[in-house]
Every structure is written in C-alpha cells, then in structure tokens.
Design a protein around this ligand. Structure first.
Ligand SMILES: Cc1cc2nc3c(=O)[nH]c(=O)nc-3n(C[C@H](O)[C@H](O)[C@H](O)COP(=O)(O)OP(=O)(O)OC[C@H]3O[C@@H](n4cnc5c(N)ncnc54)[C@H](O)[C@@H]3O)c2cc1C
Length: 388
C-alpha cells in the first residue's frame, strides 16, 4: 500500500496560510504538558469567574477543534469539507450536565441534527452520547442490576424513550446514528439499550451503531456474541470501533477498588485487539456495518489493504472511516481523495460548555505519544512546501 497519508498538499488543501500557522502554533503549545495543565486550570478559573476569555478561547483551541457554537454556525465548515469529499457528523459536545432539562435539550438537538442531515448529503450520520440522555449513576445502577426506586424507574423509562425517539427518526430519515461509548462501569446498561435499538431498527439496513472500545480486552468476545444473537434473531449489527478515551481513569478505578482492569495491558495489545476486530468485521460485512474511528495510520492502512484483499469497494456504504475535526486531516482528506467514505466528527456548542471536550483533546494530544509530533511534522512539511 503506497503511503497516501504523506501527501500534505491534499491533507491541508482547505487551510489558508494563516490557518496553517495557527494550527502549527496550537500544536506546539499543547505539546508542552505543563503548559496544558496550567492553561486548563487558568481557563477553568477564568470561565467560572466570568472573566472575558471566551474570545481568546474561540480564536485558538475552539476554532481549531470545533465547528461553531450552533449547528448553523458549522455549515460553512461542513460545506467546505464536503467539496473535498469529506462528510460531517455534527456532535453536540456539551458534557457533564445532569439535569433532566439538559437531557431533553440534548435529545432535541440530536433530533434537529437528524432532520438537518436528512436535507444535506454532506451529513449522512448523526451521533449522541448515552450520558447526554441520562444520568451517569442511573446507567451504573442499571448495569449493576441494583433495584431502582419507583422514581428512578420513571427516570430510566425517560432515558429509554429518548434513545427510542432518536433511533426511530434516524430510521425514518435514513440517517445512521452512532452511539458513543464511555466509562466501563456505566457501559453495560448503555450496551443493552443499544442492542435493543438494533433489534428494533436494524431490521433491513443498519441504522443504529454502538461503539466498541478496543482498549478493553473483552470487547471482541462481546461483539462476537452480539453478532451471533443478531444473526439468530434477524437483525444487523452497526459497529463503530475505537481504541478508547478513558484509559487512565479506568485503570485508576480498577486499582482503587481492587478489580481486574478492563484495559489491555499494553498499547501493543490494544492495537492487536483493534486490528483483529477490524478483520473480523470486514469478513462479516453482510451482517455487520463498520465505522472506523481512529487516527492511527497503521490501522487505517490495514483497513484499506483488507478491503482490497476481500474485494470490498472503496465506496461501499458499509465501511466508513472517521476522524475528529482538527485532527489527522492527512488521514481524512487523503482517504477521501482516494475514494473512501470518510466523515469527521464536528463538535459544536457554547464555548464554556464544550470545555471538557476541548480539555480532553488537549490532554490527549499531550499524552498520546507521537500524535502531536506527527501533526507538527506534517504541518512543518506543508509550510515548507508552501515556502511560508
Ligand atoms: C471518530 C471518532 C469517534 C470516537 N468516539 C469515541 C467513543 O465513542 N468513545 C471513546 O472512548 N473514544 C472515542 N474516540 C477516541 C478514541 O477512543 C481514541 O482515544 C483516539 O482516537 C486515539 O486512538 P487512535 O486509534 O486514534 O490511535 P492511537 O494514537 O494509536 O492510540 C491511542 C490509544 O491507544 C490506547 N492506549 C494507549 N496507550 C495504551 C497502553 N499503554 N495500554 C493499552 N492501551 C493503550 C488508548 O485507547 C489510546 O487512546 C473516538 C475517536 C474518533 C476518531
């Protein structure tokens, strides 16, 4: 497989010279761990103290990693990317709010996005997070099979109704709906709910996709068991595969509470688990559809190679590649240039509400060895090519 991701001209074709400079400056900043730690603390304090820092955040990290503050705000970004063959998954990235009014608002946003997506070819997929629709501890209690109080049961029924309303509309509008995965100790209940939605709505083509975090050593086994049930009962599986974003807290909690960590022992074991799962799904594409959420070049090359070996067309609608807006453009835009299906998650929301998301991105780029270095080196190559 030729090294298509090295083409920086294609990768950054949408970036003006000044946007390229801003990205370079940004990644340079977040490559310094102490700077990210101090920056995070100062920003959180400033936002809580109502200091006027929103403008600064917008002009730097926010505009790089987010499409805007509202879905309408994201339209220019979505249209620009679609010209290059890259679709968008609008991601309402407000996190950590636990009031019922927020859950209803998040559901309404998702419904609005599905309706919006129905009208635009550039948005074939929508997404939501389980904890956007219900309390974390409610999922946890459900997953632990502890009895609910009558009030909690009513609350849970509302969570189920929100999932159902969104998945139903997605099916009506022919929009695929991805359901993100979160911490393992709330995930069992979310998995059961996702499966119930697949059973109900994935009867013809897959509409509902659950997320499989392959830093968890038990997920391939879980996927195979789900696949077996799906085949027996006559529904298809939608699988978004990722490595997983909560490794540190997963390990810490397992350590604290004295249970076996659900995370693979090493990065190599995670990589192997990811690639084996990719292989399993691509060999079962008639009954499992795939969304590959990764910034890993090797896994992306492997997917391309397997698709070619198995005779799967590059534009087969059952295989999508996905990256986050503001990251790994060299993978997204080069894949699209070569005819693969690619979509970028485009996060949006009010600046102060998307801060947890932005902080995770900054920390990830600091801690994920090699990722920032790679972004920087690609940006450097492109600046050199443009003689900036
Ligand atoms: C489109 C998209 C959607 C996403 N949705 C979700 C989601 O719903 N839920 C979610 O949790 N994450 C999600 N993520 C984030 C994802 O899980 C990863 O954190 C991120 O993509 C980095 O992994 P990678 O495959 O891109 O590449 P890499 O940089 O190759 O891998 C880094 C990842 O490897 C794993 N890892 C690193 N070190 C070790 C170690 N020592 N031992 C074991 N494993 C290790 C961790 O998972 C780490 O994040 C999503 C990412 C994308 C691109």
């Amino acid at each position: 497989m030729s090294k298509i991701f090295e083409n920086t001209e294609v990768a950054f074709s949408l970036k003006s010279d000044s946007e390229l400079d801003r990205a370079y400056f940004l990644f340079k900043m977040i490559s310094h761990e102490p700077l990210v730690r101090i920056g995070t603390a100062v920003t959180n304090f400033a936002l809580k103290a109502h200091l006027p820092v929103e403008g600064l955040i917008r002009a730097t990290v926010f505009d790089h990693f987010c499409g805007g503050v509202s879905e309408e705000d994201c339209l220019p970004v979505i249209d620009r990317m679609y010209v290059k063959g890259v679709s968008s998954v609008l991601d309402y990235s407000v996190e950590g709010q636990e009031a019922e009014s927020y859950f209803d608002a998040a559901m309404e946003k998702t419904l609005k996005i599905i309706n919006f997506a129905d009208e635009k070819k550039s948005m074939p997929i929508a997404v939501f997070k389980p904890t956007g629709f219900g309390r974390f501890h409610l999922y946890q209690k459900k997953g632990e099979k502890k009895p609910f109080t009558p009030k909690e049961q009513e609350e849970w029924d509302r969570v189920v109704a929100r999932f159902d309303k969104v998945c139903k509309l997605a099916k009506e509008k022919d929009v695929e709906i991805l359901i993100d995965s979160e911490q393992s100790w709330m995930q069992d209940a979310a998995d059961d709910l996702c499966e119930a939605m697949m059973r109900k709505y994935n009867t013809e083509v897959p509409v509902v996709y659950n997320t499989f975090q392959l830093y968890r050593w038990d997920r391939l086994e879980y996927l195979k068991a789900l696949h077996k049930r799906a085949q027996k009962e006559g529904f298809t599986v939608g699988a978004k595969i990722v490595r997983g974003a909560y490794m540190e807290i997963e390990r810490e909690r397992a350590d604290d509470k004295g249970y076996e960590s659900p995370i693979c022992a090493t990065k190599e074991a995670t990589d192997l688990n990811f690639d084996e799962t990719l292989d399993y799904i691509l060999r079962n594409l008639n009954t499992i559809s795939l969304f590959i959420g990764t910034h890993n070049e090797q896994s992306s090359y492997l997917a391309m190679q397997l698709m070619s070996e198995l005779g799967i067309d590059k534009s087969d609608n059952r295989v999508w590649f996905g990256q986050l807006y503001g990251m790994s453009d060299h993978i997204s835009f080069n894949l699209a240039e070569h005819g693969y299906n690619v979509a970028k998650y485009v996060p949006f929301g009010p600046v102060k509400d998307v801060m947890p998301y932005l902080i995770r991105r900054a920390e990830e780029n600091t801690s994920v060895a090699g990722q920032t270095t790679r972004e920087l080196s690609l940006l450097k190559t492109e600046r050199k090519r443009r003689k900036l």
